[in-house]
Ligand binder design. Sequence first.
Ligand code: DX5
Ligand code: ZN
Length: 251
Amino acid sequence: MSQPLKLPPPKIQVTPSLLGGDFGHLAQEAKRMADAGADALHIDVMDGHFVRNFAICARSVAAINRATDIFLDVHLMIYQPENYIEQFIEAGADRITIHFEASEATADTLLYIRRCNRQAGIAFNPETSANFVLKYLQLADLILFMTVNPGFGGQAFIPEVLDKIRFIRETCDQLHLRKGGVTAHADNPATLKLPAIDIQVDGGINFETAKRCVEAGANVLASGSWLYKPNASAEEDIKAINQLRSLQSCF
Ligand code: DX5
Ligand code: ZN
């Protein structure tokens, strides 16, 4: 067992999911959450094949990128994502998350995304075992645990995923694993300041479910229908984002 190190706790980040917005006004809906102080905008891309729904192509991501400076967190729910990485980078994606279940080339694709100087994320469906996650802890900047079956907004949170989140956060802590796949070590003080690996949750996230996820070790909160309330005022948007961000990580 390694010695405990004093490492910075994961910072809570709020990433509204544009899928919950008004598709007649995507650029305005992106700007709305950027103005309300979101840390990043979560953009869902669906191919009608990996999931039974279609959403947002690279051209739309480029239009959103022109409308706002916010960090773009692109979640690819598509088969063979390795064939589309350049398109989304060109469109302005700052982080690209691919699905473990969608490709045979996930490790190479994560390395490629990083070589392009973008953050690389890997997503896991609710029924995928946490044992498959371990291989990616050093290859990915973000681990996304789906807390609903991917494809649609407005579904109910699946609480069984909490155990997987807890297991992976505890494993990262025990290994002193930081973002970028670096192991923190007392002999190298710079590594002690590195941020923790980001663990994102996506699906059915509201204040109550977010609290449970943060207690389990998640720190990046994607939320669609709960944050994108139709007709909410700018003050209400700011309040909802701050409410999620006020959750404290106990890790
Ligand atoms: C679902 C998408 C989510 C979706 C979440 O497959 O990946 O990002 O927008 O929507 P809510 O928060 O409404 O469950
Ligand atoms: Zn998503």
